[in-house]
Design a protein around this ligand. Structure first.
Ligand code: ATP
Length: 248
């Protein structure tokens, strides 16, 4: 629907195990085809916000007690994670959860099950992923656990893309990776965004990096949005790190 954001998160409160308040009050929007950054220090609640959106919170015994999450105008709070993915939101978890004993290609095949394409389609889609991530093609026969951290992050993103998402939730894609490989991954994200119109929500501790690639950003501080705005404006603020003590 014209004028309405693709994703609309409003006033959510998220509690672990009925007792630990991880997110107190978070509202954010993502427009169709937009790259938005969610910044904050360790433990600020970034991962929890992503899980509340993707439906994976339930698997961690986390409950969204207040607020709503709307995707394309429809309420998705309480919807099972696999149904949310089928609707067009995919969550790439922090820490690159690839199957270490499967090859790169087997990981991609495993990731495509949700979409249930025919075999010809599937192989074409995997070739498409290899075009975005040529390193994955080079390593297609290699066990994922033996590839580099950067390649595993690319594999996690590539596998997620096989669900044909309109919105990708990316949790700390830069974590533990060398700057050069991080630049390479962010360049691919920006290209995917421009050429396929895929929207991204980037949860990151690295503020400078994320602000350089996003159009808008939200700064999370102990479960609340402390600051929000255009990425270019936020990048100029010298109090950003004092506000949340990130390590960027
Ligand atoms: P990080 O970068 O470390 O993942 P984050 O900003 O993503 O940080 P969260 O992981 O969302 O933050 O954590 C927010 C708060 O919720 C923290 O206080 C954390 O200890 C708590 N928390 C996270 N996961 C759980 C869990 N499974 N059970 C209980 N508390 C949790």
């Amino acid at each position: 629907v014209a004028g309405q954001p693709l994703l609309d998160v409003s006033g959510i409160e998220v509690v672990y195990g009925g007792a630990i308040l991880a997110v107190a009050d978070v509202s954010l929007t993502i427009g169709a085809g937009e790259i938005v950054a969610l910044l904050g220090a360790n433990g600020a609640g970034k991962s929890t916000v992503l899980k509340a959106i993707s439906g994976l919170a339930a698997a961690d015994r986390a409950t969204v007690r207040r607020g709503h999450v709307r995707f394309d105008g429809e309420d998705i709070l309480g919807t099972a994670a696999n149904r949310i993915t089928a609707r067009g939101i995919v969550h790439v978890l922090e820490g690159r959860h690839v199957f270490p004993h499967l090859t790169v290609e087997e990981n991609l095949l495993a990731g495509a099950f949700l979409h249930r394409p025919g075999r010809r389609d599937l192989l074409r889609q995997i070739e498409d992923i290899y075009e975005w991530f040529p390193r994955l093609k080079d390593k297609r026969k290699v066990q994922a656990g033996l590839t580099s951290g950067g390649e595993q992050q690319m594999l996690a993103i590539g596998r997620a893309l096989l669900t044909r998402p309109r919105l990708v939730l990316l949790d700390e894609p830069s974590m533990g990776l060398a700057p050069r490989i991080v630049q390479e991954i962010f360049r691919i994200i920006v290209r995917l965004n421009r050429e396929k119109g895929t929207a991204f929500l980037l949860a990151e501790q690295n503020a400078a990096l994320s602000l350089a690639h996003a159009s808008r950003a939200y700064i999370l501080e102990t479960g609340r949005i402390a600051l929000q705005g255009e990425a270019a404006d936020l990048a100029k603020r010298d109090d950003l790190h004092r506000i949340y003590l990130g390590d960027a």
